[in-house]
Design a protein around this ligand. Sequence first.
Ligand SMILES: C[S@@+](CC[C@H](N)C(=O)[O-])C[C@H]1O[C@@H](n2cnc3c(N)ncnc32)[C@H](O)[C@@H]1O
Length: 263
Amino acid sequence: MDVATFEAFRTYIYQVSGITLGESKESLVSARIGKRMRALGIADPLSYLKHVQKEGEKGEELVHMLDAISTNVTAFFREPQHFIFLDKVVREWMQRGQRRFRFWCAAASSGEEPYTISMTLAECGALKLDTKILATDISTTVLRQCQRAVYPQQRLKGISPERQKKWFSPDGDDFQVVEALRAPLTFKRLNLSTPPFPMHGPLDIIFCRNVMIYFDNRVRQGLLDECNRLLKPGGYLIVGHAESLTGLLSGFKSVQPAVYQKR
Ligand SMILES: C[S@@+](CC[C@H](N)C(=O)[O-])C[C@H]1O[C@@H](n2cnc3c(N)ncnc32)[C@H](O)[C@@H]1O
């Protein structure tokens, strides 16, 4: 891929998703996009880009392209201390009489994260209350998997055998998350780089983990300001441990690694 073609991809991908591709990513983009070009029988990258642009932001191919560029890697109980924190804080709120809970999982990928949230909430008793979890992602491919909630055995490896037995039912060779954990979830496609978002809040906790790594500080700031608007005072924003947000978190105070409380 020549420099001008890579620049055209870089500019378009940033414009539609906020994802910043470093200049060194040319061969990665070229290889990953090559697979999509072969799938569509398109011979050169610029024609492929035109095809994506013609379909527009609601088009299927844009999702395929972004799926090829970014990673959807996720896992049940990834960064497990966040779910220990969730359990602790929700129990405290329940003890103080709170009976309505709203959570947002902002880059839900194929569902492991929102179902871990749901499992944690079930185990502390919050699913018996007025509790809802919004799961969003830019990729309709992963959102479909999220909604299906079916996972092969090897994806359950972060989950104890007792929990597997309680919260999953066999589905052929695979396992489906039980209805009780699926019921509080709603699914929506949402692009985190284009605030303002169509939600009102107030939210109790936002999980926005391992997605801001793709964004520059301009996009991160817009997203963090929206998180601040949507959270209740005293609500929490949980990010991935690898995310460095120095200087962007006015309006929040740090309470533990990767956990911030709205002032
Ligand atoms: C590495 S996964 C993180 C999944 C999960 N949050 C976790 O920590 O395990 C990143 C997800 O961010 C999504 N994503 C990338 N850019 C996005 C954007 N602009 N808006 C919303 N989601 C985006 C990708 O589709 C992918 O599912």
